[in-house]
Design a protein around this ligand. Sequence first.
Ligand SMILES: [Fe+2]
Length: 386
Amino acid sequence: MPFYHQLGKLPHKRHIQFRQPDGSLYHEQVMGTKGFSGIQSILYHVNPPTQVSGYRKIRDWIMTLEEEGANRHRHFFTFQHEEKGDCIDGRVYSLANEDCAISTVSASEPMDYFYRNADGDEVLFIHEGSGKLETIFGELSFQQGDYLVIPIGTTYRVVADTYPIRMLVIETTGEITIPRRYRNEYGQLAEHSPYCERDIRVPTQLVAYESKGSYEVRVKARNQLHGYTYDFHPLDVVGWDGYLHPWAFSIHDFEPITGSIHQPPPVHQTFAGPNFVICSFVPRMYDYHPEAIPAPYYHSNVESDEVLYYVRGNFMSRNGIQEGSITLHPSGIPHGPHPGKAEGSIGKTRTEELAVMIDTFRPLKVAKSALETEDIEYMLSWNRKS
Ligand SMILES: [Fe+2]
């Protein structure tokens, strides 16, 4: 989505004859969003993308959510989940609403199939590990700290260099975009944006696999998982162009915006989703007013739920937080620094914290799969000093 890109072989105009070395036509596919009104790309396949040799329903995509209880602050130690499965079926859901589902995965094995999400875009945040994302648009290499933005309908497979690989996953029912206020009227990222096009990586390597055999593509659609069998390698695209394609951005390339007094969360915004935002908290200089309090004030985000995923470093305003912790501070009740943290932050000049925040504008529910690693004392943790 960030900008137009093209890769591989293309005919000089769209929708005209484009022939393979044996004289047969390549198979042109227009892949777009919002009917034919949203962003799109045009891909050229060696094989017809419609030619499946089998199909089946694998399972319902079940996410069991907790019944609503007392509105309270929640804390989950996601690193306590066992390493299991691959990057798709190993996902353990923590929180969800109508707009997004948040999960973590510590995958212990490679994917022996391809996958695509036909319900919406996905963001994979790589917490630990490296490897490559193989997609129908080409390959994207990744490492710790990368956000991988994968548009709806993209056939892909995560190939890690070693296992386990650990990531945070945000699935949406819509699009992940760059915040509108960062872009000028032409779509270019403006000078005040905390990142620019040069920080964004797009696929640069396109391999059109022509091998035959039996390949499975698993598709999440309408909250069911389906399997489609092909007699040819599904990554058989020789060229494509357009705005719809996966891209990567490293949290380490997010340039923090700082001020003389405390800056609010919107300065950390990285992506926009439907009714939610994703923000990056990165190492930065603290506020430099001589009377500044670097820790945040208490705040009542009465119209949004606030989720923080802690990646590394000492999070300045919290006690008892570990790497991989997820906290939920829901709408309706205030939250803020733990006892002693505001006073303790005075005079400090820098933080090394690294965290991803997701603020949703509609209430989240807790997935039952998160409950086994919950810190059930968290709501009362503002009563104690440690
Ligand atoms: Fe907050």
